[in-house]
Design a protein around this ligand. Structure first.
Ligand code: KIV
Length: 270
């Protein structure tokens, strides 16, 4: 099989992604949920795109990541999978599918890989999910683990707060690595603990709210582009103010329709 046949999309592969840690190549990841944004983000040369279950909040308008279903994740992952030519594409496993055991996890992750052209799945957990991660990996399904703040456990935690239990966090990170995860997200862990974990594990750590010493970073697209309404978390940096700019454009269009400026000669047929 030629290398193009084995990787027809010519995307970054899972082993290439993992190897970036040793190459000291700092990894950038962004979330995406549809074709247009996924293709734009991909063209910018980020190494990874995540179809995050954050879509439950930023696309569907729920107040947590819990409501999104497997079918809905697959629907959005299909759009992203069609768009991305270069980045590694990872899809979140929705709550509570992987808590139902390895069989259900393989069945669901299998559907994601078969139907979406995406290459890997992500799930929240460390020690508690080691068995499921190992089962997925032995079925040939690459797994990105997610350690630290676990948004799917918000009701158990009571709030989205910074994680500081260093021994548990280290145990989770080590368990995920030993189970065969190819990388892990570290969400809202103190920068000091994230730095120690990053130095201790051999697979890339992708931080969100976890300081600069992680091997890479991820941001939710809506936060990064300034599309999010209201206050954003401390760890977010908005690189644009698209909400303002989009609303400016739509308001101008509305005014021009009202006062007869649009459509003008240029937009009319003779
Ligand atoms: O769902 C998501 O967007 C995520 C990132 C915040 C890591 O899991």
């Amino acid at each position: 099989m030629s290398s193009q046949a084995s990787n027809p999309q010519r995307r970054i592969t899972v082993p290439q992604f993992t190897a970036m840690k040793n190459d000291d190549h700092r990894i950038s990841m962004v979330t995406a949920y549809d074709f247009t944004f996924a293709s734009m983000i991909d063209e910018c040369g980020v190494e990874g795109i995540l179809v995050g279950d954050s879509l439950s909040m930023v696309v569907q308008g729920h107040d947590s990541t819990l409501p999104v279903t497997l079918d809905e994740m697959i629907y959005h992952a299909e759009m992203v999978g069609r768009a991305v030519k270069r980045a590694l594409v990872v899809v979140d496993m929705p709550f509570p599918i992987y808590h139902l055991g390895s069989f259900k996890a393989i069945e669901s992750a299998g559907r994601i890989l078969k139907q979406t052209r995406c290459q890997a799945v992500k799930l929240e957990g460390g020690v508690d999910q080691a068995e499921v991660i190992a089962a997925l990996v032995s079925a040939g399904i690459p797994v990105m683990a997610h350690v630290g703040l676990r948004p799917q456990s918000v009701h158990q935690m009571g709030s989205y707060r910074v994680q500081r239990e260093s021994a548990q966090l280290m145990a989770d990170a080590k368990a995920a690595q030993e189970a065969g995860a190819f990388a892990m997200v570290l969400e809202c862990i103190t920068a000091e603990i994230a730095a120690v974990i990053t130095a201790e594990v051999d697979i890339p750590t992708i931080g969100i709210g976890s300081g600069v010493d992680c091997d890479g970073q991820i941001l939710v697209m809506h936060d990064l582009l300034g599309l999010t309404e209201g206050r954003v978390p401390k760890h977010v940096k908005a690189y644009a103010q698209l909400r303002e700019s989009i609303q400016g454009s739509i308001s101008q269009y509305r005014d021009e329709v009202r006062n007869g400026q649009f459509p003008g000669q240029d937009q009319s047929f003779r």
